[in-house]
Design a protein around this ligand. Structure first.
Ligand code: IMP
Ligand code: MG
Length: 178
């Protein structure tokens, strides 16, 4: 285990089980639809890659980069699009792929953003959900795992760009960010 990690919250095996379960649900729900999965970089990258490999249906992918955290652990509430999708979303069925929902600000913004660009439908799959921290209520269609209010890292999730490459998800020692 990494020295800055207090404990492992989700093991590699459990991550695999979560992804398999979500992939099955999404495959079933989007049968016959023109699905475009939009990953929110960079945190969702490993989760999305594993979903892509596990899902059996055919779909297209794109990515956005947004920022609301300025290298800290608290949402600023203001969301900026730093990199937009590279195709039209008009008339398409979108599934936003996120690593974790915390305040809800990022996804609340993105859902409205894509509807404004005339998407046919916009749904959300998130690997983790921290409902205790929600500032804006948003409907989340697929949740991998509900977790307590702790700052987690690994499997794509970072603190100040570190720890993304850990193969498991761990709780970061509070002294690292306080
Ligand atoms: P929200 O806009 O507050 O819902 O924040 C969502 C974004 O904050 C996620 O995409 C993550 O990048 C980041 N985030 C929130 N909680 C954590 C955490 O515990 N670890 C790492 N990143 C987090
Ligand atoms: Mg993120």
């Amino acid at each position: 285990m990494h020295k800055d990690v207090e404990s492992i919250l989700v093991s590699e095996n459990e991550l695999k089980e979560i992804v398999t379960h979500l992939a099955g649900q999404i495959d079933k729900d989007y049968e016959g639809k023109d699905l475009l999965m939009i990953g929110v970089l960079k945190g969702s990258v490993l989760f999305m890659a594993d979903l892509m490999k596990t899902m059996e249906s055919d779909f297209k992918i794109d990515f956005v980069v947004v920022s609301s955290y300025a290298n800290g652990t608290e949402s600023t509430g203001r969301v900026n699009v730093l990199k937009d999708v590279s195709q039209s979303v008009e008339g398409k069925d979108l599934l936003i792929v996120e690593d974790i929902i915390d305040s809800g600000n990022t996804l609340n913004f993105l859902v409205q953003y894509f509807y404004a660009k005339k998407a046919n439908s916009v749904k959300i799959v998130t690997l983790f959900d921290k409902p205790d921290r929600r500032q804006v209520e948003i409907p989340v269609d697929y949740v991998g795992k509900v977790i307590p209010d702790a700052f987690i890292v690994g499997y794509g999730l970072d603190y100040a760009e570190d720890y993304r490459t850990l193969p498991y998800v761990g709780i970061l020692k509070p002294e690292i960010y306080s």
